[in-house]
Design a protein around this ligand. Structure first.
Ligand code: PLP
Length: 396
C-alpha cells in the first residue's frame, strides 16, 4: 500500500510526461517522422563538443577513484569557486564558494530550498502560468502553492495581484524567467515592481520573504533581450540554475543554487540547504558533471537553431490566425486555444498527429504550450496540420 500523499501525486501525475509517452506510442504506429511531438522540453541541440570532450579528458587524466568519489555535500570547492567568479564577473556579485551548492539540476535545487524554507502550511507564491512540477516541489514539504496571475496580455507579473496574495504564511516567491511555458522574459520594470511589493510585505509581516529565482533558461534568449539578475534588485534572493537547457544536459542532472552572504539568516539557510542536499538523498551533485561544467563555463548552446524554429512556428501560426505570445526566451510557444476547452483542442490536434500540452498543466487553461526544441523538420512537417486546424476553427 502506498502513502496517501503519494496517491495524490500519482493521480495528478504530469500531463507532460503522459503526452510524451503517448507520442512514443504513436511514433511506433505512424513512424517517428510522422508524429509532431511538441510535448517535452528536451533540447534537440547537442551538447557543445567541448562538454563531451571535457568529460572524456577528465576520465582519462584523473585517477578515476578521485573523480568518482564523495566530496563535500555542497560540491567540489574549486568548482564552486569557478562558478562564483564567473557570476561575479557577469553580474557584479560578491559570491564565493560558500555561497554556492551544486545540485541535481534545477529540480534538485528547488527541492533543497523548499525543504530548507517551508514549514507545513507555509505558502510559496508563484506567477501563473508556471512549470507544473512546482506544485509537487512545494507539496513535498507540505507547503501550499499559491498562484498569482500575470497580466493577461503581456504575461508580465501583476504587482497588485501579487500584493493581494502575500500573507503572514508566505515564505518564498518562486519566479521563473525566461518563463516556461510562455517564453516571456520578465522586464527590469516588472522585477523592480515585484521587489517593491516584497520589501513592503517583509516590513508589514516582520519576517523575510525570499525569492527563489528558477533560471534554467537564463541563457536562452533571442536578440538583445536582457534577463535581469534578480539578486541585484532584491537582496533576499536565492538563484537556482541548471545546465539542463543551456548546455543540453538534462539527463546528467547538474545545476547549482547561489545565495549571497547578504541574505537574511545566511549562515542558517546555507547550512540547512547543504544538509537538505544530503538528507534528500542527493548527497551531492554528480561528480563528473561538476568537473565537466567547471571547464566549460563559457560554452553556449546554438541559439540560432532554436531561433529558426521559433520564427518559423510563430510566423506560420499567427499567419494561420492563431493568437500566440511572442517568445523572447526559452523554447516554448504559448498559444491561445480557439475554443475554451483546451482538452478538446488537444484531442483535435492529436488527430493531426500534433502533440501539445494543455495550459491547465501550467495553472492556466485556454492555452497550449508548444515546445519547439525539436528537429526543424518536426516544425515544418506540423504546419499543414496546424493550418488545417485553423481552417476547421474558421480562423482563416
Ligand atoms: N524549472 C523549470 C521552469 C523547468 O522548465 C524545468 C525543466 O523543464 C525545471 C525547473 C527542471 O530542470 P532540471 O532538469 O534542471 O531539473
Amino acid at each position: 500500500m502506498i502513502s496517501k500523499k503519494m496517491e495524490g501525486f500519482v493521480k495528478n501525475s504530469s500531463a507532460i510526461r503522459a503526452m510524451f509517452e503517448e507520442g512514443q506510442k504513436m511514433a511506433a504506429v505512424y513512424g517517428k517522422e510522422n508524429v509532431y511531438d511538441f510535448s517535452l522540453g528536451n533540447p534537440n541541440v547537442p551538447a557543445p563538443p567541448a562538454v563531451n570532450e571535457s568529460m572524456i579528458s577528465i576520465l582519462r587524466s584523473d585517477p578515476a577513484v578521485m573523480v568518482h568519489g564523495y566530496m563535500n555535500n555542497a560540491g567540489y570547492e574549486d568548482v564552486r569557486t569557478a562558478i562564483a567568479e564567473n557570476l561575479n564577473e557577469r553580474f557584479g556579485m560578491h559570491y564565493d564558494a560558500e555561497c554556492l551548492i551544486m545540485t541535481v539540476g534545477a529540480a534538485g535545487g528547488m527541492n533543497v530550498i523548499m525543504k530548507t524554507l517551508l514549514n507545513p502550511g507555509d505558502e510559496a507564491v508563484t506567477f501563473s502560468p508556471y512549470f507544473g512540477e512546482y506544485r509537487s516541489y512545494v507539496g513535498n514539504y507540505d507547503g501550499v502553492l499559491v498562484e498569482s496571475p500575470v497580466d493577461g496580455v503581456t504575461f508580465q507579473p501583476d504587482p497588485d495581484a501579487l500584493a493581494e496574495r502575500i500573507t503572514d504564511r508566505t515564505r518564498v516567491l518562486i519566479i521563473n524567467s525566461p518563463n516556461n511555458p510562455t517564453g516571456v522574459v520578465y522586464t527590469e520594470e516588472s522585477i523592480r515592481a515585484v521587489a517593491a511589493v516584497l520589501e513592503k510585505k517583509q516590513q508589514e509581516f516582520g519576517h523575510e520573504i525570499y525569492i527563489f529565482s528558477d533560471e534554467p533558461y537564463r541563457e536562452l534568449v533571442y536578440g538583445d533581450t536582457a534577463v535581469p539578475y534578480i539578486p541585484k534588485f532584491y537582496r533576499n534572493t536565492i538563484v537556482g540554475y541548471s545546465y539542463s537547457k543551456s548546455l543540453s544536459l538534462p539527463g546528467e542532472r547538474i545545476g547549482y543554487v547561489a545565495m549571497s552572504r547578504d541574505i537574511d539568516d545566511y549562515e542558517n539557510v546555507y547550512s540547512a540547504a547543504k544538509t537538505a542536499n544530503r538528507i534528500l538523498g542527493f548527497v551531492n551533485a554528480p561528480s563528473l558533471q561538476q568537473r565537466a561544467i567547471a571547464g566549460c563555463l563559457g560554452e553556449k548552446t546554438d541559439m540560432g537553431y532554436y531561433d529558426r524554429n521559433r520564427r518559423t512556428l510563430y510566423d506560420a501560426l499567427t499567419a494561420d490566425g492563431f493568437t500566440c505570445v511572442h517568445p523572447d526566451g526559452a523554447f516554448y510557444l504559448w498559444m491561445k486555444t480557439p475554443e475554451p476547452d483546451e482538452k478538446a483542442f488537444c484531442a483535435r490536434a492529436k488527430e493531426k498527429r500534433i502533440l501539445v500540452v494543455g495550459g491547465s498543466s501550467f495553472g492556466c487553461s485556454g492555452f497550449v504550450r508548444i515546445a519547439y526544441c525539436v528537429a526543424y523538420e518536426t516544425i515544418t512537417g506540423s504546419l499543414p496540420g496546424f493550418a488545417e486546424l485553423a481552417r476547421e476553427y474558421g480562423l482563416c
